[in-house]
Design a protein around this ligand. Structure first.
Ligand code: ZN
Length: 475
């Protein structure tokens, strides 16, 4: 591994120069100001007019001709570091290394290739005078924390824009032409409790080692949902009172672990449950080699357990709510409707459940969300949609897509793949705000996004930049 500054020339030099500069400016989600100032200043140097909206998005538009097309990327990055690394994402510049054919941080931190490389590519087109007449750039904020910048975009920024190229994808042999919308659902209920008998037996149940993953990209892999597995298990054993139940983290992460503290009245019941759980422990669950299902007897008895009606209602909701893939498209070979039962936590006598429903068709996503709300409400929860974002319906016949395919075939001698994805993209908002606009999403090869292992394939940046420049010549 070599420091990027001393590893010799990387091509295209201009793209890497911009990317190194972007990486040297701290820009985690919600703290894009310094990067925005830099990009606005660079835009002015290139003869563009900068404009910022109240959400913090930056538009750089041509000074002399009307705006008709946009290159678009997001300014924020996901701040993730390896546990043993000291790094301040609000101030420290990211150090980049060359690792063979890749640029990374050497496994220390995310590098903001997502989506700094998109910004660097767009800026380079303008700096080299390769951007078409009437082209501009749009850089959004807080994509990673819920597409907030795109959702609150000043709609005037898209006025007159006929084509938008989003640079937030990571397969150079494909373009994305559609994505799913999402609906964050929060359900909560107040809990009632009873006191366990003094001679009862308490134990801790823990499930973990599942693969987890991204609830848009990995939901069809049957990786198992820890919350559902634990709830299903407990539903079998009415004799086990529940003192606590928790699991999961973020809405868009498939929960990989869950735990509960339970109380039973005697040794025989405990032995039965422990035998069942240990029978499952170490089972190679859907390819998760490290799957575990552990039972540990506790010496201290919890002060209170859920009342039996609370227990029944909560488990009913957790076991019956639609989960994982609900509809699969044979045409695109991908899930088109899903729900991720994402997290359960108890706080101050309230139990909170959060979920993220996704649908490539907004109508089905809405229907699913309403079904989930009804189901939780029937079990004593107050449930609501916390936030939602629209899907992006594919239009495979657009001239922009045809042109992209033609150019790709001329350059690479093979067919450019058209993809529809089950994750969310900012394009869904743009398509809703400007329905006539042709949109595609593309980018060079990147891997391990949102992790300290994030890396960009050097050669693919060069070939992708060449593709973009060719596209600019005919647009
Ligand atoms: Zn991104």
């Amino acid at each position: 591994m070599m420091d990027l500054e001393t590893s010799g020339r990387l091509d295209p030099e201009i793209v890497w120069r911009y990317f190194r500069r972007i990486a040297s400016i701290a820009h985690p989600s919600g703290h894009e100001d310094k990067l925005r100032d830099f990009l606005a200043g660079e835009g002015v140097k290139l003869g563009l007019l900068p404009e910022t909206d109240p959400a913090g998005n930056l538009l750089l538009k041509p000074a002399k001709v009307p705006l008709r097309m946009l290159f678009q990327a997001h300014m924020d990055m996901v701040p993730q570091k390896r546990a043993d690394v000291t790094f301040d994402f609000l101030h420290d510049p990211i150090s980049l290394v060359r690792d063979g054919e890749w640029v990374s941080s050497g496994g220390r931190t995310t590098i903001g290739g997502d989506d700094g490389i998109g910004i660097a590519l767009a800026m380079s087109l303008f700096a080299e005078g390769a951007a078409p007449a009437g082209a501009g750039m749009l850089f959004t904020v807080e994509e990673e924390t819920g597409l907030t910048g795109a959702g609150n975009l000043n709609v005037d920024f898209l006025r007159g824009v006929e084509q938008l190229i989003n640079l937030d994808s990571c397969d150079p042999d494909a373009i994305v032409i559609g994505c799913a919308g999402g609906c964050h659902i929060d359900a909560k209920r107040s809990m009632r409790y009873t006191t366990p008998a003094a001679d009862a037996i308490a134990f801790h149940l823990a499930i973990g080692g599942l693969k987890g993953g991204h609830s848009g990209e990995d939901i069809a892999d049957c990786r198992g949902n820890s919350i559902r597995i634990l709830a299903d298990f407990l539903k079998k054993y009415d004799q086990a009172a529940i003192a606590s139940f928790s699991g999961g983290t973020l809405d868009n992460v498939i929960p990989a672990s869950a735990e509960a503290v339970c109380v039973v009245k005697n040794d025989a019941v405990f032995a039965e449950i422990a035998a069942d759980a240990s029978h499952r422990n170490g089972a190679n669950f859907h390819g998760a080699e490290n799957f575990f299902f552990r039972v540990q007897r506790l010496t201290a008895l919890p002060e209170k357990v859920w009342s039996s009606d609370c227990r029944a209602e909560v488990l009913n909701a957790l076991c019956l709510c639609p989960n994982e893939v609900l509809e699969f498209s044979e045409e695109f070979q991908m899930p088109v409707l899903s729900n991720n039962l994402a997290a359960v936590r108890e706080e101050n006598q309230w139990l909170h459940v959060s979920m993220l429903a996704r649908g490539n068709e907004d109508r089905k996503k809405t229907q699913l969300s309403e079904e989930i709300l009804r189901l939780f409400r029937a079990d004593g929860f107050s449930a609501e949609i916390a936030s939602s974002y629209p899907g992006w319906t594919p239009k495979s016949e657009s001239p922009l897509i045809e042109t992209a395919r033609q150019i790709y075939r001329e350059l690479r001698g093979k067919t450019l793949e058209l993809q529809v994805i089950h994750a969310g993209l900012e394009c869904g908002f743009f398509a809703g705000m400007a329905p006539q606009m042709a949109i595609l999403s593309a980018g060079p090869r990147m891997e391990n996004l949102h992790t300290p292992e994030e890396r960009i394939q050097i050669a693919s940046v060069e070939t992708f930049y060449q593709f973009l420049k060719e596209l600019c010549r005919v647009l």
